[in-house]
Design a protein around this ligand. Structure first.
Ligand SMILES: [Zn+2]
Length: 871
């Protein structure tokens, strides 16, 4: 699964919020292993108008001991009849539900012996509007019936042994309206008219052994673009009005399938693969085996008018879900406590084929930028261990966060960097081959890596998976071929004292004179490492280590002096991240950071410039408190970056992706932070052109320009954007326009945007995000948005799913005063949001972090601005 993303600008702001948990409070009691499913035969007849469905189900099971009763998972389902046949005898079962446990028990008059048995159930269910289970997805034209089962919602579509280790095969039949089609995990192998004159019946090929959470059925008038790769039929499908936006995704899917066939050394296991864009979808995408579902913005784009950021995002989400076809679907975690094996792996893997397909996108730089964000998330006190207890349904849902995705993928990246790409690949192959169509644990994975590499991967992984937090490595000046190093846990907040006994086993890779880093393993008892042979001492080669580094002053000064000549772009990103983390921890001053940013201003890599943007924004929003300070900072921004922007030639059709992004990032820094009058005027002009004809200007620059234009925009621009949202059939442009409505710095237009978000005219999947964006805009806009939330809570509450509720809750972390912190805590304790308790804690932590940062660094900012003769 991939969590929701919003437009590129907001990725940075949303990084914490969107990777947080969702869930409900129902308990996920484990089923017994007395009865084990082998095969399901399912016939479903959805009624899209009445929003109900009928199901006929048979489950072939194996009783391991004689039993009187069989318990399955079931939720929101009415059972008409149930029977069990065993040893040649059929018995009618009496049915009792346990809604709190989401279970149903079929009790039998007589015990059945150990051995095979057949369960038969006739039932009905509802096509709900909650974006989970078997649910209704709507367009203006019609309804669709679609599914989203991960983690524990297959039970809303069919009574089942709904745990990942109960793998079984599935024969699926869907009875649908004559003019409709259906998509499921396997290809259609039969299409017969009836029952009745207006229906037809579609039979799908039996699936391989798989977990229930990966089953999918999608019913409606989907249309697809089809292709083929390595003997696999691939289609990208959408509602008919959007089928013209499918070819980009198809090209990516073909490339990625071939790449993975080679990388894993195991061919894609099914005969077909469908990727389907759905109008209503809670998450970003879902890896159902052979039938991957997507939010429309994560699959359907027009490459002629899409920004580089949107192309990267779509390609990565496709590659992420396709990686799951092997890692997750073919081999599945034994239980949800190891969900990081799925998500960390897919997040790490998604970058490889995309980087190979588009080397000009410099994906490695984006990866290190994201790693930096994860280090900050994990340096908060409320972080958790990668592997954590996940017994209740709520705990399972909370596993899908920045730790399972970000930290787990970063740990894999570090281990791969240490072992070498080919050795690591062999370990992956060995692990998958040993567990095909089965389940596995974290130990299985690192044992395979340890065996193939003959290196202590088990100790390294165990130390990172079982312990929370970020290591801080403090180096001395190397001498005599050794370098002393001390390790301790790093917290962003200077007021937290780390447990001195917490230590890691970590591969530390130093920058070397050649392209291969010089690595050594730091153990909990070691106090020094073999020093590298290179003249420049830099302790995080390629920036791919999962730790923060600190150097003695003269070593650090030497690194800064060589930052643009000797470090690679990813190492510069890592250095900027380390320095900003030191500012937050109050072991460096904001002036040191601004000096380092200035030393990197000529960097020709877009991602390096962008890496500084987030921190600069925080200096404006979270450290500076007066307009005078912000004006002085804006003058510094113009003085520093305007000459760099002026050096770039005007946009041209053959510009590289990096040039497009570099221009857009400098434009954003000058417009949003520098308030450069020339840039502001240009932003409006470019925006008008883009709205009139998206193909007439460079989309990467235009989307940045639109953000600036909206923040400084008037009612006429608001009206135009609202019209784009209401009429466009291109999801990137349509949702982009909607997001912009929340960014106007004008009380009346902000009110209009907030009202509009909760009016019912905006899809539920987007409403809470709109409100959260207003909160993230900071300053008076945030204060007004918060007033709106409180006085309209009854309307807003009804629009929240658990995931979206958490986005909203976490947006309150953008405040920066004790008073606001109390208000937020009080409000959410009086108005609790489902499973957002972690979100409320995160918000409180962010507010405290801001208060601390401001009180420590604002005086230093004043001093630095005076030294710069800016104030
Ligand atoms: Zn995933």
């Amino acid at each position: 699964m991939r969590p929701i993303r919003t437009s590129n600008f907001f990725c940075a702001l949303f990084a914490v919020a969107l990777l947080c948990s969702f869930g409900s409070s129902a308990r996920a009691e484990r089923l017994s292993h007395d009865v084990i499913p082998a095969h399901y035969t399912l016939t479903l007849t959805p009624d899209l108008k009445a929003a109900t469905f009928n199901g006929v189900e048979q489950i072939d099971v194996q009783a391991t001991i004689p039993v009187h009763a069989i318990t399955l998972n079931s939720a929101d389902i009415q059972i008409q009849s149930a029977s069990v046949e065993a040893a040649g005898k059929k018995q009618t079962a009496s049915v009792s539900f346990d809604p709190a446990r989401e279970q149903v028990t079929l009790s039998l008059p007589q015990e059945i012996p150990a051995g095979q048995a057949l369960i038969r159930i006739h039932y009905t269910g509802i096509l709900n509007d909650k974006l989970r289970g078997f649910y209704l997805s709507k367009t203006k034209r019609r309804n669709y019936a679609v599914t989203q089962f991960e983690s524990t919602d297959a039970r809303r579509a069919f009574p089942s042994f709904d745990e990942p280790a109960f793998k079984a095969t599935f024969d699926i039949t869907l009875v649908v309206d004559k003019g409709d089609t259906a998509i499921s995990n396997g290809p259609i192998i039969g299409d017969t008219p009836g029952p009745g004159p207006d229906m037809h019946t579609l039979h799908f090929l039996t699936t391989p052994r798989m977990s229930t959470y990966l089953v999918a059925f999608l019913v409606g008038d989907f249309q697809c673009t089809a292709g083929e790769q390595d003997g696999v039929a691939i289609r990208v499908c959408a509602t008919p009005d959007k089928v013209s936006l499918t070819p980009f995704g198809l090209d990516v899917a073909k490339y990625v399938l071939h790449y993975y066939d080679n990388y894993f050394g195991i061919p894609y296991p099914l005969k077909k693969l469908d990727l389907i864009g759905l109008p209503d979808f809670e998450a970003g995408a879902m890896e159902n085996f052979g039938a991957i579902t997507y939010r429309e913005t994560d699959l359907l784009i027009d490459p002629r008018t899409a920004s580089i950021g949107s192309k990267k995002e779509v390609a990565e989400v496709i590659a992420h879900e396709m990686a799951h076809q092997w890692f997750g679907d073919l081999v599945t975690m034994q239980w949800w406590n190891n969900v990081w094996l799925n998500e960390g792996f897919a997040t790490w893997m998604e970058n490889k084929p995309v980087a190979a397909m588009h080397p000009e996108w410099h994906i490695d730089q984006d990866v290190v930028e994201q790693l930096d964000g994860t280090l900050n998330l994990d340096a908060q006190p409320t972080t958790r261990t990668i592997r954590a207890k996940a017994d209740t349904r709520e705990e399972i849902e909370q596993m899908f966060d920045g730790i399972s995705y970000g930290k787990a993928s970063d740990v894999l990246l570090m281990v791969e960097n240490y072992l070498g790409e080919e050795t690591f690949r062999k370990g992956v192959h060995a692990y998958l081959s040993a567990h095909l169509y089965g389940n596995a644990t974290a130990e299985d994975f690192w044992s395979a890596q340890t065996e193939t590499s003959h290196k202590p991967v088990d100790k390294i992984m165990d130390s990172l998976v079982a312990q929370p937090g970020v290591p801080l490595l403090t180096f001395s000046e190397p001498s005599g071929g050794r370098v002393s190093v001390a390790q301790r846990r790093f917290f962003l907040s200077p007021s937290i004292n780390a447990d001195p006994n917490q230590k890691w086993t970590l591969p530390v890779c130093f920058k070397s004179a050649s392209s291969t880093p010089e690595c050594d393993v730091l153990t909990p008892t070691a106090t020094s490492l073999k020093a590298p042979s290179s003249a420049l001492f830099f302790a995080n080669a390629a920036g791919e280590g999962y730790y923060r580094s600190r150097y003695p002053a003269d070593v650090y000064a030497n690194i800064v002096a060589h930052v643009e000549t000797d470090l690679t772009p990813t190492e510069r990103i890592s250095l900027l991240g380390d320095e900003w983390a030191q500012v937050r921890a109050n072991t460096a001053s904001v002036g040191d950071y601004l000096d380092l940013a200035a030393a990197s201003k000529t960097d020709p890599n877009a991602a390096v410039i962008n890496a500084g943007f987030g921190a600069l924004d925080a200096v404006f929003e979270r450290i500076a408190t007066t307009q005078k300070e912000r004006d002085a900072l804006a003058a510094w921004v113009r003085r520093t970056y305007a000459p760099e922007y002026a050096k770039l030639p005007p946009p041209a059709a053959d510009d590289s992706a990096n040039t497009r992004e570099l221009r857009a990032h400098l434009f954003a820094i000058l417009g949003e932070l520098g308030k450069d009058p020339g840039v502001l005027a240009q932003a409006r002009e470019i925006s008008e052109k883009y709205i009139a004809d998206p193909a007439s200007v460079d989309a990467t620059l235009a989307q940045t320009a639109l953000g600036i234009a909206a923040r400084n925009g008037d009612e006429a621009l608001f009206d135009k954007l609202q019209k784009v949202y209401e009429t466009s059939t291109n999801p990137e442009i349509q949702i982009g326009a909607l997001r912009l409505l929340a960014q106007f710095d004008n009380p009346a237009l902000e009110e209009r945007s907030l009202e509009y978000a909760v009016s019912g005219k905006v899809r539920n999947q987007d409403a809470a995000i709109q409100v959260a964006i207003s909160m993230f805009m900071g300053g008076e806009r945030r204060d007004r948005a918060w007033q709106f939330v409180q006085s309209n809570w009854n309307r807003i509450q009804g629009l929240l799913t658990p995931e979206l509720g958490n986005v909203l809750v976490e947006s309150t972390g953008s405040f920066c005063t004790e008073d606001a912190s109390k208000q937020v805590q009080n409000f959410f304790s009086a108005h609790p949001v489902a499973s957002a308790d972690q979100g409320v804690k995160h918000a409180a932590e962010r507010i405290q972090g801001c208060i601390e940062l401001r009180s420590n660094q604002e005086p230093q900012l004043k001093t630095w601005l005076a030294e710069q003769k800016l104030m």
